[in-house]
Design a protein around this ligand. Structure first.
Ligand code: 2AM
Length: 171
């Protein structure tokens, strides 16, 4: 780990969900091109922290372990894109209150711990492609019982970015 690893907190899908995600990824890649996110890197970001002193990771582990977190039943059913970032994702067409509640609780704990927090509205998504854009469209629904929250380090390598799991909590 570097002195200031680039950190974020997210939900990690089980293999049974990664599999349909890779099928949708293949479908959108065929249509829209771009660069695919590797299967191992698929996740749903809850909070992005950016460069953080390595010494503070233990505080983040404690924060994650103390967070009110019960499994969430997520319904991924919508392809969309952030055109400026040229990111294509799969997300939720219907607002999921429990997911929003989790993100707001996480942001509050991060703020209390004087970690940087985002104040823009949360937009739940799993990035599938980079350097691509697409139109919003429905897609075959993927059900995901999200029970695993992770602290990730984003590591740049000559082969591309890799998201290392520094801590995993399954409920
Ligand atoms: P994404 O969720 O749209 O793919 C690691 O970089 C993860 O944190 C990625 O999933 C990334 O985008 C997300 N992320 C959120 N805000 C970010 C920011 N300001 N800079 C880089 N990545 C960010």
């Amino acid at each position: 780990m570097t002195a200031t690893p680039r950190l974020f907190i997210g939900l990690s899908p089980p293999d049974a969900v990664r599999q349909p995600l890779t099928q949708v990824r293949h479908h959108v890649h065929t249509r829209f091109g771009g660069r695919v996110v590797t299967t191992a890197n698929l996740h749903l970001t809850l909070a992005f922290l950016g460069a953080t002193p390595a010494a503070r990771t233990t505080e983040l582990v404690r924060l994650i372990d103390a967070l009110a977190f019960t499994p969430l039943d997520l319904t991924l059913d919508q392809i969309g894109s952030f055109d400026r970032a040229r990111v294509v994702w799969i997300g939720l067409s219907r607002h999921q209150t429990a997911l929003d509640t989790l993100v707001q609780a996480l942001r509050a704990e991060l703020r209390a711990g004087q970690f940087p927090t985002e104040d823009h509205p949360f937009n739940a998504h799993v990035t599938l492609l980079r350097k691509a854009t697409c139109l919003t469209e429905p897609v075959e629904t993927i059900h995901w019982r999200a029970d695993t929250i992770c602290l990730y380090e984003s590591v740049s390598t000559p082969e591309g970015v890799r998201y290392d799991v520094l801590h995993r909590r399954t409920v």
